[in-house]
Design a binder for this molecule. Structure first.
Ligand SMILES: Cc1cc2nc3c(=O)[nH]c(=O)nc-3n(C[C@H](O)[C@H](O)[C@H](O)COP(=O)(O)OP(=O)(O)OC[C@H]3O[C@@H](n4cnc5c(N)ncnc54)[C@H](O)[C@@H]3O)c2cc1C
Length: 393
């Protein structure tokens, strides 16, 4: 019988544990160091009956039906299209920035000419990254790009990442492109859903399998030994055939090449007795001091029957500090040239272990949205299957 250990019960670890148990019929030891499953997707009902997401708001978006089909096995989903505002110069404007925002920010008269230019320059495109506007040869288009960049992206990025925009992975700035039209959807993905009973319930169902042995509040690093000479891995003294690791890659190797940087969040909750506080479910605050976003969770619940009052959660980004009281959860990998060069050293060493599979946003040091994370884990399962089945060929 193979000895298979999966570290982490976020999307990556939970999907792989379930697939290995269900399709390969191998027992899996799933080790989770937190007191709850679901990783950063964890949600719970607060004392007012509001379903809050403890590590920040998460919305399921995907263009792939297979992703939704996979999730629908474990939860009932309801359609929910994320809508956001950005609070700029004292007013709420649409996010993603779209044609309505052009009118709001430069006035209807000037907007008319610019919109005609934007339509022509980006014909056939739904969304355009702000850097394309900034770099455009037309002075009106690049002028508007600069205006957006200075009023929203530069300030938001420096608070969020604590790195000048020039140094950060361009992928980060491309995450909130401008909509070329009046589309109000934050993301233009085909499938936009939320689980009726929340994410934690979905993970509970996913992990409910007789071959999954879930060990909570257990730091896998305390039981893991990687022997570079023999290229073997042991867990609690026993040889491991396959280790799926979804924690931070630098921690797995004792940070020997240096610590990889992450951003964390301090999320402050405020309860209000009235039914509604924000004009929309999420408001982004690029110009506010210290905080970046506020979320009103009552507005994204499937049903708020019986709930009294509302809760607003405000996110204050901060550096990840493993030993700190606040900021000890690695939320977002800070991908820069320097951090990537450290990451590559860990990857090179990891490649020496045949049965080691690194999966997920911490182990792969990538900013994965959950749909990508799910697709990736499903594809990765095929590599694991091939590896575990090769002895049977
Ligand atoms: C604030 C925020 C908002 C987001 N919003 C969205 C959104 O709206 N839409 C979207 O698509 N994506 C969103 N994401 C991304 C989404 O959270 C990730 O794609 C997904 O959670 C990644 O899952 P994962 O399994 O790779 O990592 P994680 O969820 O981080 O899971 C890793 C797990 O491993 C455990 N672990 C680590 N080390 C050890 C160890 N040594 N021993 C035992 N256990 C260990 C951790 O405790 C954790 O449970 C958001 C992310 C954040 C931070």
């Amino acid at each position: 019988m193979k000895h298979i250990v999966v570290v982490g019960s976020g999307f990556s670890g939970s999907i792989l544990a379930r697939k290995i148990a269900e399709e390969l019929r191998y027992p899996v030891t799933l080790v989770e160091k937190r007191r709850h499953i679901a990783g950063n997707m964890y949600d719970e009902y607060d004392s007012h009956g509001i379903l809050v997401q403890k590590y920040g708001p998460h919305f399921l978006n995907s263009n792939h039906y297979e992703v939704m089909q996979f999730l629908m096995q474990y939860a009932e989903l309801f359609p929910h299209c994320t809508k956001m505002f950005s609070f700029i110069d004292g007013r709420h404007v649409r996010l993603p920035f779209n044609f309505e925002t052009v009118q709001q920010l430069i006035g209807p008269e000037k907007a008319e000419g610019l919109l005609a230019k934007l339509r022509k320059a980006f014909a056939g495109r739904d969304r355009v990254p702000v850097l394309e506007l900034v770099d455009h040869s037309d002075p009106d288009i690049n002028g508007y790009g600069h205006l957006l960049f200075e009023k929203a992206y530069r300030t938001y990025t420096s608070k969020m990442w604590d790195v000048p925009p020039e140094k950060i992975d361009p992928y980060v700035l491309e995450r909130v492109p401008m909509a070329m039209g009046y589309d109000e959807r934050y993301l233009n993905k085909d499938f936009q859903y939320l689980p009726v009973k929340g994410y934690t319930e979905m993970f509970r169902n996913m992990l409910d399998h007789p071959l999954i042995d879930l060990r909570m509040e257990t730091d896998a690093l305390e039981g893991l030994e990687l022997d570079r000479d023999t290229r073997t891995i042991r867990y609690e003294g026993r040889l491991v055939d396959c280790l799926v690791y979804t924690g931070a890659i630098d921690e797995l190797f004792g940070r020997k090449y240096g610590m990889l940087p992450y951003r964390s969040l301090d999320i402050q909750y405020e309860y209000y007795p009235q039914d509604s506080v924000l004009p929309i479910e999420i408001v982004s605050f690029p110009q506010a001091p210290g905080y970046t976003r506020s979320t009103e969770y009552r507005k994204i619940m499937y049903s708020d029957t019986g709930v009294e009052g509302t809760v607003v959660a405000t996110e204050y980004p901060m550096a990840y500090e493993p030993q700190a009281e606040v900021g000890n959860i690695p939320c977002y990998p800070v991908v820069t040239e320097e951090s990537l060069s450290i990451y590559k050293k860990y990857r090179t060493e990891a490649a020496e272990y045949e049965g080691l599979f690194l999966c997920g946003r911490l182990a792969e040091f990538r900013y994965y949205n959950m749909d990508i994370c799910i697709e990736h884990a499903l594809a990765y399962f095929e590599d694991i299957r091939a590896y575990l089945m090769k002895d049977h060929d």
